[in-house]
Design a binder for this molecule. Structure first.
Ligand code: GDP
Length: 457
């Protein structure tokens, strides 16, 4: 990392200010050549700013009036010497300053290279770096909050805790191997078994949190299913009329790709195939049970709507069959029409799904629907931010691998195999976890992760 890198860190386009960032050993030398402070004291202080002009040293032409902030190693984003030039916004000025930096000894940074340096220099670990990408790309408050947690190292410290527990077991086992005369195999085994079980539980909890983390990131994919005339489009319209609804029309497309979201306490309910619902010809016979099943499969949540003013018929039963093993809320619609059918209710209750009575037409009962969904997805817990959530596919994969190795370790302990075999699996699990924080991770993975960053970060 001998190179001193430079990049424009603010977004493309015209803005109030632009920031050109430098990092590396020669940062201050380069700045000295191209920056003439108004108050030309030589002293450089960390976390300070100087006001002056950027000039082209070749002909002393003034390029812009700027503020330069100084960060002295190791107290900077990358842990190297850094400067940030605050110029006027606008691509021409920013590009010109960039060129002058390049002409005077800096090299153009790769996307994510500043953060990569922070990682390679040990200031942050890999999962924290990934938290930074997620924070930049966050689409909702909740997601931003979670990314910030990851950036602060909440996930890392949980992983480190698990690693420490694994190391403790290893030490116990080593002692047994080194001093066989004590013959404490059984004691070690019992103890190892207990600790491994605790670790397995922790890993399982983390793995499970991915589903909730995913919801936070992508929203709850929701499908409304119901036979013709059950009230699907009335429900959809009622939902979308609320303050909570956000309709995002993806540029230049037909109705099919309109994405409709409802905000449930910071989590997005993403309604899918809404165009299909609005098409009045779209009945379950017509779209077919297969298509409904497919939609249901891809959904995180199904709202099954039943016309409660009639007896359950085959169509209704087919829908109830589809939702049997899915996260679903059953809406008994049209309760404004007086009709009481005990048999209906009994059949529906058998499914043990939350049931909401409403009138889509009169828009009553919507709040109960929201309450049930919030309960079903434990959204309040997510919103509390009390729990470490996995939001990254890569992390989930590593946790799963580690979990499987711990399961094998537990089996080995239980089957009274020589205790040193257990260490093979524990070592493997440690390696799996190490890939999350980046202790042992291949260069390819590192490069892939940082290539997702934007330039100048
Ligand atoms: P879809 O075919 O499932 O989309 O059903 P629609 O939303 O088009 O509704 C079918 C018919 O039922 C329409 O005439 C609606 O006005 C009526 N409807 C829908 N919801 C209610 C309700 O809660 N109460 C009453 N009385 N009628 C409703």
């Amino acid at each position: 990392m001998e190179k001193t890198i430079v990049a424009i860190s603010t977004a493309n386009g015209n803005g109030g200010i632009g920031i050109i960032r430098l990092s590396g050993k020669n940062t201050f030398d380069i700045i000295k050549k191209i920056f003439k402070p108004k108050n030309s004291s030589e002293e450089i202080k960390g976390y300070s700013m100087k006001y002056g002009n950027i000039i082209n040293p070749k002909n002393n032409e003034i390029i812009d009036e700027v503020l330069v902030s100084y960060f002295i190693a190791p107290k900077s984003y990358t842990t190297e010497n850094m400067c940030e030039i605050n110029s006027h916004g606008g691509m021409i000025v920013e590009k010109k300053i960039l060129e002058i930096c390049l002409e005077n000894g800096a090299e153009l940074a790769q996307p994510g290279e500043f953060t990569k340096r922070a990682f390679l220099n040990g200031r942050i670990d890999l999962s924290q770096a990934e938290g930074i990408i997620d924070l930049i790309n966050a689409k909702s408050d909740m997601e931003a909050k979670e990314s910030l947690g990851q950036l602060k190292g909440f996930l890392s410290s949980q992983i480190k805790e698990i690693e420490q527990k694994l190391l403790d077991i290893m030490v116990d086992i080593e002692v047994t191997i080194d001093y066989p005369e004590y013959d404490v195999d059984e004691v070690t085994n019992n103890k190892a078994n207990e600790s491994l079980q605790t670790i397995l539980n922790l890993l399982e909890k983390l793995e499970k949190s991915f589903d909730r983390g995913k919801i936070l990131k992508d929203g709850i994919k929701t499908v409304i299913l119901g036979k013709p005339n059950a009230g699907k489009s009335s429900l959809l319209n009622a939902l979308l009329k609320e303050d909570r609804a956000i309709v995002s029309d993806i540029a230049g497309t037909t109705r099919d790709t309109i994405e409709e979201y409802i905000n449930l306490d910071g989590i997005a309910l993403k309604l899918i195939d809404t165009a299909g619902i609005r098409d009045t010809e779209n009945t379950i016979e017509k779209i077919g049970v297969e298509k409904s099943k497919k939609l249901a499969e891809s959904a995180d949540l199904i709202i099954a709507i039943i016309d409660n003013s009639q007896n359950l018929d085959d169509d209704d039963r087919r829908i109830l069959e589809i939702i049997k093993d899915k996260k679903a809320v059953i809406v008994l619609n049209k309760v404004d029409i007086k009709y009481k059918n005990e048999e209906n209710e009994r059949d529906i209750q058998k499914l043990c799904k939350p049931i909401v009575k409403m009138s889509a037409k009169n828009e009553t009962g919507l709040d109960n629907l929201y309450t049930e969904i919030i309960r079903l997805f434990e959204i309040n817990d997510i919103s509390n931010g009390n729990e470490v959530l996995i939001t990254n596919e890569r992390h989930k994969k590593q946790i799963k691998k580690a979990k499987e190795n711990i399961e094998k370790a537990i089996e080995t302990v239980k089957s009274q195999m020589p205790v040193d075999i257990v260490t093979i699996y524990i070592t493997q699990a440690l390696e799996d976890l190490g890939e999350i924080t980046g202790q042992n991770v291949s260069e390819n993975i590192i490069n892939e992760i940082f290539s997702k960053f934007c330039l100048g970060k």
